[in-house]
Write a protein that binds this ligand. Structure first.
Ligand SMILES: Nc1nc2c(ncn2[C@@H]2O[C@H](COP(=O)(O)OP(=O)(O)OP(=O)(O)O)[C@@H](O)[C@H]2O)c(=O)[nH]1
Ligand SMILES: [Mg+2]
Length: 169
C-alpha cells in the first residue's frame, strides 16, 4: 500500500518548545535553523524546523514555525498544504497567551484547518491549567492538553489528538 504524506505545522510563541517537540518526534535527522538568542540563554529558530516520522501507513512531515513576530511572514508559507496545526504554549507564562491567540487567529484566517494546543513546561511551578488555557482561547477543553515536549510518549499524544480532530472534521 502506498504511504500517504501528511504535513503538520507546529506553531507557537518563542520558547514554547516547538523545536524540542519536533526533535523528540522525528525519526530522521532534523533540519533546524536555530541561532543563539540575544534576549535569553538559549537558541531560537530563525526560519523553520523540519522533521519526519512514520505512523501506520502515513509519513508525517512536521514543519516548525519560528516563534518571533518578526518572522511572521514565514507562517503563512509554512501553513500551505498543512492538514492541521499543533500550537504549543508554555503553561508557566500567561504573558504568552495573547500571542497564542493572535497566532491561532492569523493561521486559521488563512487556512481553517483543525488545531490542537499543547501546554508545555508542566513541571514548572504555577503552570496554568489546560481548562483555563482552553477557556482563554475559546477552545473545547478536549483540544488543549498538557504535554512534555521532551518526552516521546507525551509528544505523540498531541499528534494523536490532532488526528482525532481531523477524523471528526
Ligand atoms: N521542562 C520543559 N522544558 C521544555 C519543554 N519544551 C521545551 N523545553 C525547553 O524550553 C527551551 C526552549 O525550547 P525550544 O524548543 O527551543 O522552543 P521554541 O518554541 O522552538 O522557541 P523559538 O524557536 O524561539 O520560537 C529549551 O531549553 C527546551 O529544552 C517542556 O515541555 N518541558
Ligand atoms: Mg525553535
Amino acid at each position: 500500500m502506498n504511504e500517504t504524506t501528511i504535513k503538520i505545522l507546529v506553531a507557537g510563541p518563542c520558547g514554547a518548545g516547538k523545536t524540542t517537540f519536533i526533535r523528540t518526534l522525528s525519526q530522521s535527522p532534523v533540519v533546524n535553523t536555530d541561532v543563539p538568542c540575544s534576549t535569553a540563554n538559549r537558541a531560537t529558530t530563525v526560519a523553520m524546523d523540519f522533521g519526519q516520522l512514520s505512523l501506520d501507513r502515513y509519513t508525517i512531515h512536521l514543519f516548525g514555525a519560528p516563534g518571533q513576530d518578526r518572522f511572521e511572514f514565514t507562517w503563512e508559507v509554512l501553513l500551505e498544504g498543512a492538514l492541521g496545526v499543533l500550537l504549543l504554549v508554555s503553561g508557566n507564562d500567561a504573558t504568552h497567551f495573547p500571542q497564542v491567540r493572535r497566532i491561532s487567529d492569523y493561521l486559521l484566517s488563512r487556512n481553517p484547518v483543525p488545531l490542537v494546543v499543547g501546554v508545555t513546561h508542566q513541571d514548572h511551578p504555577n503552570c496554568w491549567d489546560c481548562k483555563e488555557v482552553a477557556s482563554y482561547l475559546d477552545l473545547d477543553p478536549t483540544e488543549v492538553i498538557p504535554i512534555d515536549a521532551t518526552n516521546l510518549e507525551s509528544a505523540s499524544e498531541l499528534l494523536v489528538r490532532l488526528f482525532d480532530l481531523v477524523e471528526r472534521a
